[in-house]
Design a protein around this ligand. Sequence first.
Ligand code: SAH
Length: 201
Amino acid sequence: MVDPFHAAFLVFTLAIGGLRGFYQWRNRANQPVRHDATLLDRALLVFAIIAMMPVPLLQIFTPVFAFFDVAIAHWLSVAGVILLVAAVWMFWRSHADLGANWSAQLAIQAAHVLVERGVYRRIRHPMYASLLLAGIGQFLVLHNWIGGGSIFVTGVLFYFIRIPKEEALLIGQFGASYRDYMRRTGRVLPRILNVATIDPA
Ligand code: SAH
């Protein structure tokens, strides 16, 4: 019998894969005018795909990572399912709110506009925040350091490697407007204190 938590994770991967496929198809006519297609960024995207599907699937369907199993209380796994649902919602909203400005690669489109509404109102990187959220959920439902930790590692890599490049690209395109947006928002968590006097430049 399939473990219900494993089943929940499989539904999560289908939802994420379906959303990603849909928005890739919807934005297929995009015309990037600038992009950051470095080897490192491509490697990060490949890492993300491997972390999302093959790694957890190997753990669910084979014993290869059994050595890394960890005991997790049932109620925490239930909380993990709730986190996965929240992550899918945030992943969906971030694609929907970016609209035609979304692309898998770091890019500026011909008609790029700065989005500051919806899930972008308080945080600048809701899509990467959804990966961190999903990473915690994945660990709680899969009970394994490797099979359950791969998405969180991806989120951390995106946070430290991709965000600085992405923000540099957006500052290059939108200048003072993006710096102003940075003052009002947090990267993956909303700003709690009023720190409007701190200049992120
Ligand atoms: N980092 C964002 C978006 C990831 S998709 C998030 O985590 O939600 C990556 C693309 O989104 C990049 O090509 C970048 O140019 C674009 N982008 C990121 N933030 C944006 C914003 N506020 N407005 C418009 N485009 C944005």
